[in-house]
Design a protein around this ligand. Structure first.
Ligand SMILES: NC(=O)c1ccc[n+]([C@@H]2O[C@H](COP(=O)([O-])OP(=O)(O)OC[C@H]3O[C@@H](n4cnc5c(N)ncnc54)[C@H](OP(=O)(O)O)[C@@H]3O)[C@@H](O)[C@H]2O)c1
Length: 301
């Protein structure tokens, strides 16, 4: 299959590109700079110049492919206008879906388990929670799924909040390590009993490929290696590796300490992957979150 991949030079997208090419697919990657074009060419993938904000460039990429993986996002961070990034994402998903309408070609759209109802085990049957602080982004799920009725084999791939691996330099785990290093304490919110699912980046990449190859139209898939790891456990491993105390923080203290990730750190997001495994024969084989954190690569300077 010739696959148009947005975000092909990003952390998740570059793992997807490798996975697709190793399985014999051809990749056409969206890039918006010379540096990204050079790095993508080195993988053997073809380059498609454009931008998420240039909808014609997305339509042209989709028209030139047998399927699309959408993994680009102007990412969450301290200096990002999150609402603007979500609007760009919504328009981009709309343009990709329109370009594939009536073709039965696959479109795999990146989403997140953080959008799901909190405090109980969420499954693939669950829709995004309209009350979530992330609802500004999760509205995109409904738009993406609407293309199932319009002849697109669309699937949503919901990533765990931590997509971990030794190549993870900017995700939530490296951010927690940086905060602990700079403040001298490794903190968790309240009792620290709230849970995050995790997924190894290479397992997630395999799920993107399986979704592209065979997910039925309208599938909601969970890229989740384990249902949920208590935040306290994560903080304890970070504290031990850095040699700093592990402490509980509440209210304003936690807001201040965790800064822009405070909302994410309090997520209680246990998530099942049972239907994903059953439907696509996906089986995560790479290290789970705590063993990957214990491996030490997150603590190298
Ligand atoms: N990393 C995680 O732990 C994690 C966890 C949950 C969900 N996710 C989701 O997974 C997706 C990918 O995340 P990531 O960690 O791979 O992010 P990343 O490393 O920052 O990569 C983002 C990619 O999107 C591209 N991009 C951003 N804005 C663009 C624009 N306007 N036009 C064209 N390309 C643009 C970037 O291109 P440049 O190379 O040119 O910047 C890059 O290739 C996002 O939807 C993210 O929310 C990630």
């Amino acid at each position: 299959m010739r696959v148009f991949v947005t975000g092909a030079t990003g952390y998740v997208g570059s793992a997807v590109v490798r996975e697709l090419m190793d399985a014999g697919h051809q990749v056409l990657g969206l890039v918006r700079s010379d540096a990204a074009a050079d790095s993508l060419k080195q993988t053997g993938a073809a380059v498609h110049r454009g931008d998420l904000t240039d909808l014609d460039s997305l339509r042209a990429g989709a028209a030139d492919a047998d399927g699309v993986v959408h993994a680009a996002f102007n990412n969450v961070g301290p200096d990002t206008d999150f609402a603007a990034s979500c609007r760009i994402e919504l328009d981009a998903v709309g343009a990709l879906g329109e370009a594939l309408a009536g073709s039965d070609r696959p479109l795999v759209v990146t989403s997140g388990t953080g959008f799901l109802p909190q405090g109980r085990l969420a499954t693939e049957e669950d829709a995004a929670d309209p009350q979530s602080f992330l609802a500004i982004r999760s509205g995109m799920e409904g738009l993406a799924l609407s293309f199932a009725a319009r002849g697109v084999r669309v699937s949503l791939l919901r990533l765990a909040p931590s997509v971990h691996s030794d190549a993870d330099k900017r995700g939530f785990l490296p951010t927690l390590v940086r905060i602990a290093r700079s403040t001298g304490v490794s903190a968790y919110p309240g009792e620290g009993a709230n849970r995050w699912p995790g997924v190894h980046c290479l397992d997630a990449a395999r799920l993107y490929r399986l979704a592209l190859e065979s997910a039925p139209a309208g599938s909601r898939l969970h890229a989740v290696g384990e249902e949920g790891v208590p935040l306290r456990e994560i903080a304890e491993v970070i504290g031990r590796h850095l040699g700093v105390p592990t402490v509980s923080l509440t209210g304003d203290q936690a807001e201040q300490h965790f800064d822009w990730i405070a909302h994410f750190v309090t997520l209680d997001n246990p998530t099942s992957n049972a239907l994903t495994r059953q439907r696509l024969g996906w089986n995560p084989v790479h290290p789970a979150l705590i063993p990957d954190l214990e491996a030490g690569h997150y603590f190298q300077a």
